[in-house]
Each structure stands twice: as C-alpha cells, then as structure tokens.
Design a protein around this ligand. Sequence first.
Ligand code: CKU
Length: 608
Amino acid sequence: MIEYSMLYPKVTETRRCVSMDGMWKFKLDGESEGEKKNWGNGIPGDEVIPVPASFQDFYTEKDIREFAGDMWYETEFFVPGEWEGKEISIRFGAATHRALVYVNGREVTKHEGGFLPFAADVTEHVEYNGYNKLVVKVNNELTVTNIPCGETVVLSNGKKMAKPYFDFFNYSGLQRSVYLLALPKESVYDIDLTYEIVGEDARVNYDVKTTGGHPVFVELFDASGEKAAQGEGKSGSLEVKNAHLWQVRNAYLYRLVVKIKDGEACVDSYEQEIGIRTVEVSGENILLNGKPVYLKGFGKHEDSDIVGRGFDINVMKRDFELMKWIGANSFRTAHYPYSEEIYQMADREGFLVIDEVAAVGLFASLMNFMEASTGKQTAFFEKETTPELLKAHLKALEELITRDKNHPCVIAWSLLNEPETTNEAAVPYFKEVFETARDLDPQKRPRTFALVMNSVPEKCKCYSFSDIIALNRYYGWYVKGGYEICDAKEMFVKELEGWKALNLNKPFIFSEYGADTMASEHKLPSVMWSQEYQKEYLDMTHEVFDSYGFIKGEQIWNFADFQTTEGILRVNGNKKGVFTRQRQPKDAAYLLKERWEKLPLDYKGNQA
Ligand code: CKU
C-alpha cells in the first residue's frame, strides 16, 4: 500500500495548499559528494533554477545538458502558526528518476520512479511561524532495475552518460509542481468510483478511505451547481436521475464533495470533478457508454523548447487546441504518466486517454526502434535483475492507477511499451503486471501494451494478455521505405492477415505509425524525410487501416517533433511530429484533419 494519499492537492474548508514553485537553488553533484558533505543541511553556491522544469536546456554547456548523476535542489518555506495541529506535508508532482528529501537537515522521505507523485510527512520536522529549509537530492541515472530502462556508462573523460533503451531524451529534475500542504489529522485519502447507467439514470458507487472513524457524507453537484444526489457512509451508491453522461469531445463534469463530520463540525472536506461514463471492450469494439468508439489521435510526449519535460500549462493549452483543430479524440501518454493537469484538461475537453506506465525500454537495445524490426532477441526478461525490475514496475503501476483511476478520460491502461515478447520468460512477468492492473482498478478498464514490430502473431507470446491489441508499426519507414513502399504495403497486409486468422475477437488499434519528416524539406517526386513522403506514407497506411473492420483506432506517432539522444538516425530529435516542436503544422496535419473530421465516432462500430 502506498503510504501517502494520491489525491490532487486542493484548498477546501479544511485543507491548505501553497505552491512552492519558483526559483530554487541548484547544484550538480558530479562527484556524488553531497551526502558526505552534508548538503542535506544546505547546498553550496548560488546557482538558481526554475521549478518545475527539466534542468537540461537552460544552460549553454554540453556537460550540463548531458549530465547523469546526482543533482541538488534547495528552497525555503514558511509554515504559518495557525497550521499547528494539522498534518504538514510536501507533495512532489514527480522527481525524475529518484529523490531523497531533507527538511531542516533531516531526511524525511525518498522515492523511486520519475513520473508519479509522492509526499513527505514533515509534521514532526517543521518550525511554525518561521522559515524551514527543504533540500532534495535528485538522481537521473538509468538502470535496468527501474523504469524506464537504460544504462549509465562512464566515458573516457570520467563523465557519466545516460544510455536510454528508449527514444526520448533523458530529461530530468523537478519537472512538476511542488506543494506545501496542511491537512486535518483525520482526512480522506482515497476514493474509488464505479458507474452504472440505468436507462436515463445512473448509479455512482463510491468507496471512500479515511484515516479515522468519523462518518462520511458524500454529495454530487451538477455543472450548474445543483445538488444531484447525496449519500452517507464510507461506501454506498448515489442515484442520479436523468444523468448527463461524459461523452467523447462532449464532456459533462459533476462535482463530488466528500466530507468527514463530527456532529455538525466538518473534520475534512475534499472535492473532485468526475464524469459519469462506462468503458468496456465487447468483441471487437471499444464501448463508451455502451456505444462503439473509434480512436483518432496521437502518441504524445511531454516535451517542448527550454523547459524540456517540465510541465508547462501554456504548451498544454496549445496542444489541446491543436488536437481539437485536427479532429482528434484521443491520445496515449507515451511513454510515462503525464502531469496531472493534462488529465484534468482531457476530462474537461472530452478526450480519451490511454494511460501508460513508464515501462519502456524492456528490450536491451540502444536503438530498439531500428533493431526491433530485425528480429533481434535480447532475452530481456531472463536477466537476473528482472525480479527487481518487476517490483519497481508494479509499484509504479499501483501509484499510476491510484492517481488516475477517477479521471473519466482514462479509458485504458497501457502497461508496457514495446517489451520483448518473443521469449517465454516474458510470460510470467506479463501475467503479474496484467493481473495487478486488474486488481487495482475499481473500474476494471481495458488493459493493453504497445507491440513492437517483431511482436508478430507467429512470434509474440504475450498478446493474449491485452484486452485491446495495440500495434506500433512502421511499414514504409523502418521497413521498406521510399520507392519500395509497395512492398511495405504488401508486408503490412500480410501481417494483418496473420492477426485476422487468429480470430481473437478483440479490438485492434495502431498505437504508433509514422514517418520522420523535416518541416524544411519539400521534394517532388518525394524522398524519405520530405513532407511529400509523409503524405504518401500516410495514404498507404490509412488505406490498409480502412480495409480491416477489427482496427478500431489510429494514434499516429507523434503529435510533435521531440528531443531524443543525439545519433545518426535522429536530426536534433525525432521528426515524426505532425506538428513541429514549436507546434506549427506540417503538411500531414491538413491530411489528417480532413480524414479525422470525416470519420464518424462509431467508424466500423457495426462491423463486429
Ligand atoms: C518510435 C519499434 C518502434 C518503437 N517506437 C517507440 C517510440 O518511442 C519511438 O520514438 C518507435 C520511433 O520513432 O522510432
């Protein structure tokens, strides 16, 4: 069990929440000497850096951008005297990839895994009506015992370097907001919700966990603020008459207010926006509120100029506007859980989200995007480190599902991205991961994982774990690109015939397809990397999608160009974006807009 609450920080009548974002002191610790030198009491120097942000892209020195190792952050915070008697904590949206936290020189918590929140209870360590010192040691090294997987090597000059088994830059640091919280000693720490639609009405089943024994009261308000239902007790059902359902690109949000009371006195109050909807897989269909939906959209990244993977509310807004403009209705949070604010926005805008845990790189290769299509095997799950990796993976999964289970936008969990599935050793690993997800999710949402190119019907030992089969395919890019695209098409069709022959009776989606395209390049006739070729590639791929009824979604790779490790296959990053990194359209954006605006939401829904 997670020892802190995953509820999003909020001010209510009983709760206080102060942002700690801003300029913090910062120091890289290439020698890993900070602990010995007691930097937990305060770090040397006077360098400052913004939080939240990745540290890498502010500086002009390459040694800093490529830094792998320990880095230290420090700030001060004031704790008001009227908070005495409350539980005081510091809540990190994330620290990438691991952190050790000190308050007033004392170690208060540590956390492993770079994309999920954690909190330190500092009640016993703070001074009231005075300043307190917060120091955080963050480490960004990659290993095969945590997700995402990779290596950290030492170069001949003695400097460490990150070698990711994945295709995105190892942005790190304090990339999400930090809050100082004051909560009542007895408080709500978790809420489970499930939904049933009964004719025009709905039932909202709730299960509230609190840290004490006082009674719980629950109220539901509609969007105009009218009370729609109420209930008593830690668990129960709310009957909602004439329920407004949460629908694709037509979201309706209710406000759920949960209170702990002692007689008339309010002990704790927490509230959350919720959407009433059901989601399930039935035969070859993905059903939302009992009706088939076809996914149109993107694999994304949290990635932009200067802030790197740091949460930027402005970039988020632009991305949603572009997704609406192009006629998308969904995205996958490739390859890690995103900032919580992004799911809140998807809830509000009615986007369907496939929520991915950071289990990427479970295939020992520094260029897995190339080697996956060559049939290479790395016996990844036979490594002696696998049990430790599995432990970290399951912990991240628990944190992910606990954090995101009440977002109506989350319609499926993606439990791994492109693992090695061609080896029997993967099977028990998958079994545990898939069963854990099922146990943890009160709504029992569909589970999936993204299948790499060599996870083909004849070789993949793990596809049957998935409720939705999600394929990452690059016929016409990594395989038979350019003038050979006719052969790519043939191979693509051959593979799909193989899947069809299995008669899985499950929905398939394409969780990746795409071609690198330089926004600067036009060439007639086309060559690979030109905008003209991106169009040819998409026309071929869409033709294949349209000829199979069991394909129920397309999420192109990628929404925007993004930063990766440098190398001969990447031109200052991955250029498969439909938009540039500055969020301007390539030609393909207009092609997709035309297609997606035409495709009905229930496209191929009745062919099952
Ligand atoms: C993408 C085998 C394909 C894996 N897929 C993973 C994703 O992270 C990469 O960026 C490929 C690519 O563009 O190669």
